[in-house]
Design a protein around this ligand. Structure first.
Ligand SMILES: Cc1cc2nc3c(=O)[nH]c(=O)nc-3n(C[C@H](O)[C@H](O)[C@H](O)COP(=O)(O)OP(=O)(O)OC[C@H]3O[C@@H](n4cnc5c(N)ncnc54)[C@H](O)[C@@H]3O)c2cc1C
Length: 584
């Protein structure tokens, strides 16, 4: 793997002492990245949000028009190489743009299905002729793209697909069907996965006018009603022989490599809309009077508001940290280098664990934020006339697509167990040193993260030395292991960023510090509990009791009064009327 720092690899955060690894934060954004983020914000505020109601009526012509406008601004070609009229910007810019686009849930799916899973297979796997034919059109928005992997009988188990491709003279003949395909109602080109001769999983390019290709009617969905979702049918669909994408039998590399990239973007989109939800919830709770007081003066409403701010801060810290690592590696490989695409995707593979953590944590954080928004609005939150009802529905899909959160938890655990098994992540069960309390402004939180890492090392090592990688077969235990390391990653990302902000005298350093401390306050207890429950899945009675006693050596974190931290956070959010740590 090519990264600029060999000590940083997927999962290495578990080994490195807190603060010893460089961590990219939104405060480190370059002027160029801020400019593209601002362009995306202007587009979303000028063109997308004002047409929210029309988008949600599933106006397909409008979706296509908006894509074309985004194309004119360069927002569709961020990741397309310059040789094919793209901007070839870094991945950080892509994350910023996705956060802005996330603010309108339906169009955000349209946008990411087109620019991500729809376009990136051409970028990474297309041959010269395919790239030259499709990428300029996709980058400008002249054509819209879709990605068709899922089938009626093959969702999470995507490799079990039944769609087949057979070579007949100079054409491939496709037969089968696909399900739940975003952008299908207006896409011009589809990346379709099918098995050559019913065995070799491969990818093909299908154009909407190809004979034997049919797009079914729109699905009636719970949310993202403005995003087109349809089934596809292939009935002796004939496509030219040169529409094979990549190699026969290597379709899984395309299918899963591209989905991994989609995951961190989904996380960023979730955080973009979370900021929107916080904004309108702050407004409503400041205006709504009960018991002769604005409801934002009540401790329990202030807790909801503060928790939204904390989750946004934590997600943002984790997202930018992760993209910093991925970008360092991927953007360092120029497109004119030999095997550039493979090298770039190897970097993405390396950080699969972190990308899945972003997907799971951010989508579930938005789930709680959306639910809390409904609660803050009371009965009005249940009414379609007020904004929380829509996000409550729209957000639900984020836990289902781009790999369900169950599948993503299994990916996190699978990567973790594999890396422990092959010695890449050398866990230390015999850690005896109790981390010292430092003297910095976040010393207690930093010590808590170190304590949490020791608990994770202890519990994971104790379990894995008995089960080895077979621990993955106990899915509940595997999911607990995934949650355990995710919790640590989020805590560390928030604490390191807050410490950096305090160190540089950032205007919102105090808010950042409170958010990180409040997150650690809850997270420490969660880590302790997850470690205990994980041990209980594997160790026998007697051994288990001794292990729990060992684990207690690291249960030294003394919780702060969470209500004081949250009250201070809520006060700052209320004063600003939104999440105030702006990127630009
Ligand atoms: C609005 C929408 C848009 C979509 N867009 C696209 C698109 O553009 N292109 C595309 O190809 N697909 C798309 N999808 C499909 C989506 O990716 C799948 O729905 C998803 O992968 C889950 O597959 P499934 O629906 O068949 O559920 P299943 O795989 O049947 O899962 C059902 C339940 O079982 C669980 N489960 C399954 N396997 C396991 C396991 N091994 N261990 C534990 N639990 C498991 C799942 O987590 C889930 O809870 C879209 C779906 C929707 C709803």
């Amino acid at each position: 793997m090519e990264t600029t720092d060999e000590t940083i690899f997927g999962g290495s955060f578990l080994l490195a002492p807190i603060g010893s690894q460089p961590q990219f934060t939104p405060e480190d954004l370059s002027d160029d990245a801020r400019a593209i983020g601002q362009a995306a914000r202007d587009f979303v505020e000028g063109e997308v949000i004002p047409r929210d109601a029309d988008i949600d009526k599933l106006d397909l012509a409008l979706s296509k028009e908006l894509l074309r406008k985004a194309g004119e601004l360069g927002l569709l070609s961020l990741e397309i190489p310059e040789a094919y009229d793209g901007l070839d910007l870094d991945k950080i810019s892509g994350l910023l743009v996705m956060e802005e686009l996330g603010r309108q849930a339906s169009f955000s799916v349209t946008y990411s299905a087109h620019t991500g899973i729809g376009t990136l297979p051409f970028v990474y796997f297309g041959n010269e002729a395919q790239k030259a034919k499709y990428l300029p059109k996709l980058g400008s928005g002249e054509w819209a793209a879709a990605y068709a992997l899922t089938e009626p009988g093959a969702g999470s188990d995507a490799m079990n697909s039944k769609t087949v491709a057979t070579l007949d003279g100079d054409a491939w003949v496709l037969n089968g069907s696909k399900m739940w395909i975003s952008n299908a109602g207006f896409a011009d080109v589809f990346v379709v996965f099918a098995k050559v001769d019913g065995r070799k999983f491969s990818a093909f390019i299908v154009e909407k006018t190809d004979p034997g290709f049919n797009v079914a009617a729109e699905e009636h969905k719970l949310g993202i009603k403005g995003s087109s979702t349809r089934a596809l049918n292939f009935d002796n669909c004939r496509i030219p022989k040169d529409r094979l994408l990549g190699e026969i039998g290597k379709g899984h590399r395309i299918a899963f490599g591209i989905l991994a990239i989609g995951r961190f973007k989904l996380g960023a989109g979730c955080n973009g809309i979370a900021k929107e939800v916080l904004k309108y919830t702050l407004k409503y709770t400041g205006e709504r009077m009960q018991f002769n007081k604005a409801i934002n003066s009540f401790g329990l409403i202030r807790k909801f508001l503060a928790d939204m701010g904390i989750r946004i801060f934590v997600a943002e810290s984790m997202n930018f940290r992760t993209i910093g690592y991925i970008n360092d590696g991927m953007h360092a490989v120029a497109w004119d280098q030999p095997e550039a695409a493979r090298k770039k995707l190897d970097i993405m593979d390396e950080f699969q664990m972190e990308a899945s953590m972003m997907k799971v944590w951010d989508s579930e954080a938005l789930g709680v934020i959306a639910d809390d928004a409904v609660q803050c609005f009371g009965g009005y939150g249940f009414s379609a006339e007020y904004p929380p009802e829509k996000i409550y529905r729209d957000n639900r899909i984020n836990r289902i697509f781009e790999g369900t959160n169950e599948i993503n938890r299994l990916i996190i655990a699978g990567q973790l167990f594999k890396k422990v098994g092959n010695g890449t992540l050398a866990l230390r069960k015999d850690i005896e040193d109790v981390p010292e309390l430092g003297s910095g402004p976040l010393a207690k939180a930093e010590q808590a993260v170190e304590l949490a890492k020791r608990q994770a090392h202890y519990a994971l090592a104790a379990c894995l030395e008995i089960t080895g990688q077979k621990l993955i077969e106990n899915q509940e235990a595997a999911a607990r292991a995934a949650d355990l390391v995710t919790e640590i990653y989020t805590m560390e990302s928030a604490v390191v960023r807050a410490a950096k902000m305090v160190g540089t005298g950032h205007r919102w350093a105090e808010l950042a510090k409170h958010c990180a401390e409040a997150h650690v306050n809850e997270g420490s207890g969660k880590v302790q509990n997850l470690a205990r429950l994980l041990l209980s899945e594997v160790l026998e009675t007697g051994v288990l009791e001794r292990a729990l006693a060992d684990l207690k050596t690291f249960d030294l974190y003394v919780p702060a009064a969470g209500s004081k931290l949250r009250d201070a956070i809520a006060a700052q959010l209320i004063e600003k009327g939104g999440y105030p740590i702006e990127h630009f």
